[in-house]
Ligand binder design. Sequence first.
Ligand SMILES: [Zn+2]
Length: 183
Amino acid sequence: MNQNYKNCISILFCVCISLFFVTDLWSLDLSRKKKNAERKLYIPITKKDRCVVCGMFVHPYQKWITQIQFKDGSYRSFDGMKCMCRFVNNPGKYESSKKKQDIQLILVRDYYTLKFIRHDKAFYVVGSDVLGPMGHELIPFDSKRNADIFSADHNGLKILQFNQINAELLDKLDKAKKTIHLE
Ligand SMILES: [Zn+2]
């Protein structure tokens, strides 16, 4: 009886250890899948890609990259938020073959983590002392909390969501005086 009891305990112990490893491997697999999904979301640009709005090469401005993906699998990348927003407002102005309804996905880059996130999930800091390649920018964050922190640290004026960005604001940002060295 005593021996049986000991056997039972050993079996139970082995089952627990196996379960622990299986669960661990499973969660590792899940996090790997999540990372791959994020990687697939963004289409890596080439050194030859130019912003179709201002004509600048996009590659040197990695942390400012935004990307529009179209239903036909093509993409356009931009050297910042302002250029991307201008394109979204009126794609035909910059490329006659592209239309608003052809857009499948718009990605912006979280300023702190550099992760690509959907444009409509981001919070944008406006009027801060951090400038992009084209001067004053809308700086994206994946949470309101991080946008608040950045805004407090860098004298931000406003925090907006994508549907609050309009042509008037883009013009104001373009005209705003450049007081800080480019980042
Ligand atoms: Zn541009």
